[in-house]
Ligand binder design. Structure first.
Ligand SMILES: [Ca+2]
Ligand SMILES: [Ca+2]
Ligand SMILES: [Ca+2]
Ligand SMILES: [Ca+2]
Length: 444
């Protein structure tokens, strides 16, 4: 249990590391020459605006990468002309005899560059470039383009292999053949009904084509919120989908090499709905214990409604809302469509901590938050709802002065954050201990 908690903490912390410092290259030495060569080609600093990819591995307007595999980096510069900032442009510079030389200038496919990815999709030693574009103000509509860049023969050639609207993607070797494919999720609206799809794009020779049939996904996804790869002999891609602000589910996708088709085991074929991974809060999937398998947090006993129980009238000072218990579950290709429970826990998404619950207690406790005070109370579960209070959970952070009369029997801290509470005699009788609760609290 302690090992799991430690790993939990580690993963949670890693997610919130500060973003890389985003800066154009330092105008010294080689980078200064690069900037000068770029400005000789497109004009002085007042005539262009650098454009920075908002996501992904490359966040600078100047992207250096050895595209042709000759052990020397080429440079891509994303910019817009001051006179026409509605289109991002791509400028390519090559290092020839230690001098940066402008070789190409192309119009892009949007007013914003979202991400830049390189992968050798056909295993010929030269990387393909995968760009994501959007139009400012329309976050839901994005375009993915895939390109080859040939710098041999004295004349640069920039080819577009694919140009398609998409909602989420992952570049990964899905069929384990040594080269990467592109897994793309997109939506189509026919007769005012939206359908969501996924397909694998594979490069053979010089062309990029769909590999196998597309699969139909849950049609209620409004936004895909995160893409995660579970590595292994048969990789699986987990895509978190938001139905609305408070409901999330996860599409799981894998390539079945025997059937030569893409599979989405949690979306039912007949109804195009994914109900088995549904939860009442936007809690992302995560490898919580760092064992290489991704856990999906699913609301335990979730009924498909909001997860909030019937409430007393608004005037009631004790107005409390139910918080779901989540079960973090794993899945694999040996038993596609099966979720194996691993850890149970209550996640306070407001104060950002988790109370891990022993699976023996999963049916015997209920969690409620007081809407006024924010205090969470853990009750014994009864037929009607809640029985006796077992213990309380009070969150505080350094920003707020702690009340002087606060009394508690356990307290867990991280820096200036703390969760404290009082264990009742009913809680003790139910088998809880102060130390046990304290050790089950994980901040993220
Ligand atoms: Ca090169
Ligand atoms: Ca290639
Ligand atoms: Ca592959
Ligand atoms: Ca795991």
């Amino acid at each position: 249990m302690m090992l799991l908690l430690g790993a939990f903490l580690l993963i949670m912390t890693r997610l919130h590391s500060p973003e890389e410092v985003l800066a154009p290259p330092n105008p010294n030495g080689e980078n200064r020459q690069l900037q000068q060569a770029f400005e000789r080609a497109v004009g002085a600093g007042t005539e262009y605006k650098l454009q920075f990819p908002a996501e992904g591995d490359y966040r600078s307007a100047y992207v250096l990468y050895d595209i042709d595999g000759d052990k020397e980096s080429e440079a891509l510069v994303f910019y817009a002309k001051t006179a026409d900032d509605s289109t991002v442009r791509i400028h390519v510079l090559d290092l020839i005899d230690d001098e940066w030389v402008s070789v190409l200038d192309e119009s892009g496919y949007g007013s914003k560059i979202d991400s830049v990815t390189f992968a050798d999709l056909n295993n010929d030693g030269a990387s393909e470039a995968i760009f994501s574009w959007s139009l400012s103000g329309t976050d839901s509509s994005r375009t993915m383009t895939v390109h080859t860049l040939d710098l041999s023969g004295g004349k640069a050639e920039f080819k577009t292999l694919s140009n398609m609207p998409y909602k989420a993607m992952s570049v990964y070797d899905m069929d384990n053949d040594g080269s990467k494919e592109i897994l793309v999720l997109w939506s189509e609206t026919a007769q005012k009904v939206q359908h969501n799809y996924a397909a694998l794009m594979k490069m053979t020779g010089k062309s990029l084509q769909q590999y196998g049939d597309e699969v139909i996904l849950d049609s209620t996804a409004s936004v895909y919120d995160g893409v995660y790869v579970q590595e292994g002999q048969t990789p699986m891609v987990f895509v978190d989908a938001l139905k609305d602000d408070n409901t999330m589910f996860t599409e799981v996708l894998w390539w079945n090499g025997v059937a030569q088709s893409l599979k989405a085991p949690f979306t039912e074929n007949g109804t195009h709905s994914n109900l088995s991974t549904l939860r009442a809060s936007a809690i992302p999937v995560r490898d919580i214990d760092d064992d290489g398998r991704i856990e999906i947090p699913i609301a335990y006993g979730y009924t498909g409604s909001s997860g909030t129980s019937t409430l007393p009238s608004r005037q009631d000072a004790d107005e409390e809302e139910r918080i779901a218990l989540n079960v973090w579950s794993v899945t694999g290709t040996a038993e596609p469509g099966v979720l194996v429970p691993k850890t149970f826990g209550m996640m306070d998404t407001v104060s950002r901590y988790v109370l891990v619950i022993d699976s023996d207690y999963r049916d015997s406790v209920r969690f409620y938050r007081n809407k006024k005070t924010g205090v969470i109370t853990v009750y014994s579960a009864t037929e009607a709802g809640r029985g006796e209070p077992l213990f309380s959970l009070v969150y505080s952070d350094g920003g707020k002065a702690k009340s002087k009369d606060s009394e508690y029997t356990f307290r867990a801290t991280q820096g200036d954050r703390s969760v404290s509470g009082t264990l009742t005699s009913a809680g003790i009788a139910a088998g809880f201990t102060n130390e046990g609760i304290q050790n089950s609290l994980v901040f993220y």
